[in-house]
Design a protein around this ligand. Sequence first.
Ligand code: VTB
Length: 346
Amino acid sequence: MEATLGLEIIEVVEQAAIASARLMGKGDKNEADRVAVEAMRERMNKIHMRGRIVIGEGERDEAPMLYIGEEVGICTREDAKEYCNPEELVEIDIAVDPCEGTNLCAYGQPGSMAVLAVSEKGGLFAAPDFYMKKLAAPPAAKDKVDINKSATENLKILSECLDRSIDELVVVVMKRERHDDLIKEIREAGARVQLISDGDVGAAINCGFTGTNIHALMGIGAAPEGVISAAALRCLGAHFQGQLIYDPAIVRTKEWANKTKEENLERLKEAGITDPDKVYDANELASGENVLFAGTGITTGNVMQGVRFFKGGARTQTLVISSQSKTARFVDTIHMPGNPKYVQLH
Ligand code: VTB
């Protein structure tokens, strides 16, 4: 799969990031998202593949592009026979978030990125548009920490696994009312909390690398993005668990204020989820034999630099993680669409 998609998937996230970065700091998160979606889709449709969006911008009737179920790639065109031999082609499932952390991008804050995960058909969990309780931790703590345990217990385990005292640990938590008790507990246990306004995919990925000074991600974010995080962390051999959250009283967001727990349970049932309380690990959320994650920084984060523009071009940094080749590659690209007079080195 990797050989087929090669550099092209990298260009997909690069193009989305460049498009969004042009709107960085402009205060319009919807526009930053819209242009990223458009650019991602346009580049994706030039790839010689038969792809299907399993995690995207929403259901078919609510999202014009990259909706769940949309087929992408040259080999899904009606005249595909002219371009592709159907027998040679692997069917590919794709999970996308063209602008993860739209607020971060709109307000010029660190950590927004264009991300996607790819696997063979059926290799990515088609998470419904729900919330997800998440626990991410470094490879040394894989399968030792457990989302069913309290934050206090997990911090003790982390401290043993990482051979550092609890007060040397940093846990990322999204700043939300629903996390007030969690934040209090982490602080009381002696660890330090890094509060972020948005962007828990980036936070999860930080756990997969030493040197980021991030040792865990705890709390509730969106479920679809949980699958993309899981894909990256599975390839890195790090820990990721997710559990769907359906009770509006736990989520405490405006968007869910009018929903009831019963309604949500019904929705999950309709989506074919028989055990709504199941805890999924990274291998279940990204179960494919071959899983590929790619992400380009829109604004600079801990792991990737954001897009830097210069006259006639731009420079991007992309992280590509592959379960097949067991590599995490940092791809540094200079884009020169405008025949620039000079090419920026850094
Ligand atoms: C966002 C976003 C995250 O989850 O917060 C969202 O910043 C859901 O949470 O990165 P709210 O509805 O409380 O804002 C993510 O998209 C991903 O999990």
